[in-house]
Design a protein around this ligand. Structure first.
Ligand SMILES: Cc1cc2nc3c(=O)[nH]c(=O)nc-3n(C[C@H](O)[C@H](O)[C@H](O)COP(=O)(O)O)c2cc1C
Length: 372
């Protein structure tokens, strides 16, 4: 599908309010989540935009030059608005390790992974990265994204001001609690992505508390939307466990301006999701999801596979653990072994369908208008 093929989905009689953030207007209140690590592709972003939603490019893990290539690609495909998501890496947890306990925990985990490794793979080299945020903002300034979202922390007033000034677009901040929401507003956020416990992939927690398995409180998306929506004046975007139009409507009745769906898009034709990840979702290879640090050192929701079950004591050392497990996950993917891969999935994963993103967007839109 190309932009010219669709009529604007905001028909006046539908009664579906568009998503408005500052000067940005998105015809439908549907955001396709940024999904770093492969699932998000320029084609997926463009298709969601063509159907009237907002596609979000995932800039996490990538260098600034790779991000520039993706932005070029999206802009070659569509004139519709699209967004970009940045990871905020926070301080290096190993830089503040006076007792050496963290370094020892990482070394122990490396030994555990090495002893358990399959497909001839060995653990990778742990390292920290600043995610090249400054360079990525320069790349964004040279393109035309319509929204920047940030994840894993408080961007702070200076970074928000820089995005406002250099890129000239609103900033959405991912939050998982009322406290984070208040701080994000204090930093100048134009919108909040309110992520509940049901969400697939990494939790957006600003601090991943090692004392808690889930890294922080387990608050359902609906509760967070209601609490935060009542407390702030900026648009709130509900993320976590939303897979159909009825759930989007329900979130909007609680105060959300839109919903951000990740898992629902994982098996779209245009998604870059690996074959074993797709099959695990569609074939019901595993029966449940679990929040685990086994893959990356940060709390994330995955299908409960062998890797997640075996490595329950992974240290809260992100992104070091992410780099440790990277070759192991790559080898498992190449070997079509779903038991060795981070199979990110939200609690609504059983509703995942395959097919073109345009079909999913059409279904979500119809459900939003008519009910399921
Ligand atoms: C495979 C996958 C990758 C994700 N990557 C990112 C990311 O790069 N940045 C981000 O802000 N959120 C990311 N998320 C979380 C989504 O933004 C969103 O909070 C989540 O998908 C909502 O829950 P749902 O999966 O139940 O729809 C990811 C989620 C999934 C499933």
């Amino acid at each position: 599908m190309v932009d010219g093929d669709v009529t604007d989905p905001t028909r006046p009689d539908t009664g579906i309010p568009p998503l408005r953030i500052g000067d940005l207007t998105v015809p439908l209140p549907i955001v396709c989540a940024p999904m770093a690590g492969g699932p998000t592709t320029p084609a997926l972003v463009a298709e969601v935009g063509a159907a009237g939603g907002l596609g979000m490019l995932a800039a996490g893990y990538l260098g600034a030059s790779a991000v520039a290539g993706l932005l070029d690609d999206v802009e070659g495909r569509t004139h519709r608005p699209y967004g970009v998501n940045l990871f905020l890496s926070g301080p290096d947890p190993l830089a503040d390790d006076p007792t050496g306990l963290r370094a020892r925990a990482l070394a122990d985990y490396r030994s555990e992974l090495a002893a358990d490794a399959r497909h001839g793979a060995v653990p990778g080299e742990p390292r920290w990265s600043d995610e090249e945020v400054a360079d990525k903002i320069a790349v964004l300034a040279a393109h035309r994204p319509a929204l920047v979202s940030v994840t894993f922390g408080d961007p702070g007033g200076a970074l928000v001001a820089r995005i406002h000034g250099d890129v000239g677009v609103p900033v959405a901040v991912t939050v998982t609690s009322l406290v984070e929401a208040g701080a994000a507003i204090g930093s100048g956020a134009d919108a909040l992505i309110v992520q509940g416990i049901e969400a697939g992939g990494h939790r957006g927690l600003w601090t991943d508390d090692p004392a808690q398995v889930a890294g922080g409180p387990r608050v359902p998306t609906a509760d967070l939307v209601r609490i935060i929506g009542a407390a702030v004046d900026v648009p709130v975007i509900a993320a976590g466990g939303v897979t159909d139009g009825a759930a989007i409507r329900s979130m909007m009745s609680l105060g959300a301006a839109a919903a951000q769906l990740g898992t629902a898009f994982l098996c779209c034709d245009e998604a870059g999701t690996s074959a074993p990840h797709r099959h695990a979702l569609l074939d019901r290879t595993f029966s449940d999801t679990v929040i685990t640090r086994a893959f990356s050192g940060r709390s994330a929701r995955s299908l409960r596979n062998d890797f997640a079950t075996r490595h329950t004591a992974a240290p809260a050392l992100y992104p070091h653990v992410h780099h440790l497990t990277k070759p192991l996950r790559a080898a498992a993917t190449a070997a079509d072994d779903p038991d060795g891969i981070n199979l990110w999935a939200g609690t609504g994963w059983r509703a995942v369908t395959e097919g073109p993103a345009a079909d999913l967007m059409a279904r979500l839109t119809a459900e939003l208008i008519d009910g399921p």
